[in-house]
Design a protein around this ligand. Structure first.
Ligand SMILES: NC(=O)c1ccc[n+]([C@@H]2O[C@H](COP(=O)([O-])OP(=O)(O)OC[C@H]3O[C@@H](n4cnc5c(N)ncnc54)[C@H](OP(=O)(O)O)[C@@H]3O)[C@@H](O)[C@H]2O)c1
Length: 245
């Protein structure tokens, strides 16, 4: 019960890694709120699973690019829970396309969701965190933002930007006792890497010391530690979990 009593907001929580984050945080005793873009079925299924486990959970269909909606959600959570202690900027999208096939709209969608979304949601929770002089923001980056691997240029750019965002924000809010971290997973069992061409999967496995992709649960347990009070002296850091690439 590493997160007993913590009130956590996870963006993009209904499917994939976000779902594992919500379930794992709840398992460790946290109250969990998650957002999602449009998949009502996935959100309802996660809400039911969290309720069946006795977790206190909330779901909101809300794009991370919606500034006003995000402000309203955070206000709602603070009214219901008293505070948001932890934000996990997990929502992320990509398109597996070479640069020649990327349109400006594709670029904007990935940058807006992956980077601007983290800015919007962080800004919304920070007001309360600064007032309370406590809080943790965990950004979900990617190995694609850390290493020279073959991945779509807009996605890599967005994840590298999250690293800069993490470091600048960590420095700025440290005086308020707020920690900011960047968790950069390698290739995982499903999710954004689901339509990867075979040659890219083979290339990843060839260079991965553990010789396999990661599981959502492995990353979620690491995230639970990173956001917990047990990890009090880490801020501004990027933690890579890639099986040794
Ligand atoms: N899977 C991997 O191999 C891998 C590796 C490294 C890093 N990551 C990172 O892990 C994070 C989660 O990825 P995933 O693989 O779990 O992806 P996923 O299975 O595609 O799930 C993405 C989630 O984000 C939500 N979402 C998308 N756009 C959103 C928006 N504008 N506002 C709010 N929510 C939004 C989706 O909502 P709907 O369900 O409604 O569509 C979904 O719940 C991403 O940041 C990704 O870059 C993943």
């Amino acid at each position: 019960m590493r997160l007993s009593g913590k009130r956590v907001l996870v963006t993009g929580g209904a499917r994939g890694l976000g779902r594992a984050l919500c379930l794992t945080f709840a398992k460790h005793g946290a109250k969990v709120a998650f957002t999602y873009a449009k998949n009502e079925e996935a959100a309802a299924s996660l809400s039911a699973e969290l309720a069946a486990k006795g977790a206190e959970a909330r779901a909101a269909r809300l794009s991370v690019t919606d500034g006003k909606g995000t402000e309203a959600l955070v206000k709602e959570l603070e009214a219901a829970w008293g505070a948001v202690d932890v934000l996990v900027n997990n929502a992320g999208v990509t398109q597996n396309l070479p640069i020649a096939l990327l349109e400006e709209d594709d670029w904007d969608k990935v940058m807006d969701t992956n980077v601007k979304g983290a800015f919007i949601t962080s800004k919304a929770v920070l007001r309360g965190m600064i007032r309370r002089k406590a809080g943790v923001i965990l950004n979900v980056g990617s190995l694609a933002g850390e290493r020279m691997i073959e991945a779509p240029v807009h996605y890599c750019t967005s994840k590298a930007a999250l690293r800069g965002f993490t470091e600048a924000l960590a420095k700025e809010v440290a005086r308020h006792q707020i920690r900011v971290l960047n968790l950069a997973p390698g290739l995982l069992e499903d999710g954004v890497g689901r339509n990867l061409p075979d040659y890219r999967l083979a290339d990843y496995l060839k260079h991965c010391a553990l010789g396999r992709v990661g599981t959502f649960d492995e990353i979620a347990e690491l995230a639970a530690f990173l956001i917990s009070d047990d990890n009090g002296y880490m801020s501004g850091a990027t933690v890579i979990a890639d099986g040794g690439v």
